[in-house]
Design a protein. Sequence first.
Length: 283
Amino acid sequence: MDVHSVGIIGCGLMGSGIAEVSARAGYRVIVREINEELLQNGLNRIRNSLGKAVARGKASQDAADQTLARIQGTLDLADLAGCDLVIEAAVENMALKKGIFAELDGLLAPHAILASNTSSLCITEMASVTQRSDKVLGIHFFNPVPVYPLIEFVRTILTSDETMATAREFGASLGKTMVTAKDTPGFIVNRLLIPYLLQAVQVYEDGLATREDIDTAIKLGLAHPMGPLTLLDFVGLDTTLFIADAMYDEYKDPRYAAPPLLRRLVLAGHLGRKSGKGFYDYT
């Protein structure tokens, strides 16, 4: 199936990034938010991102203008009815996502594909509320979407070969490198990443080394671009905790049990860069 128009649910950090790269690839994009303030914040984020690309010589002003012209913002889910592919990038709440999928299933044409950008939640459960479970999959982008080259596709036991082929053609058109995982919590990246991050928190909480020495050791000893505590602040401590809890609930494996320090930092509102303070102070 050919994809001509892409719908995005949510215009936050992830949704706005997905909208930008889709429009840059030539797709007509309709992005939906729940209120005007969030929508305008997201559209402004896209404008700023394109402005930076022009300033750095990575895009022409004409190309940036054409990209913006392909993006339509809306508050009405029904405006996505004509889309060939809809990618949900709402908050990580299963009940909310299932409600969105059920409503979209009744709006979209029979051929349309439904995808979620979730980093950890069960795609099969989302598909269960639709009448098109063969056309449902995970399309997990990484933040910031215009910069990171990876897409993690998540295939359920119900996703058809045709749906996967269409998804891969879409990913290739965005210039992304693609990997495919089964529908299990954490998929590939987070299943490997979360235990590593949690262990770094435990090492720090146990007083084995300073946060700076932990990060420096990993950066220089393993050639990582950043240390685990810096990475936690970048990803978001609340996001990491949510993923860890979801994986622990599924596997009951102590590797995914969040250390008390991580949970207390989240309760204190120290979420990382986005709140100004996490393991490090960004104020």
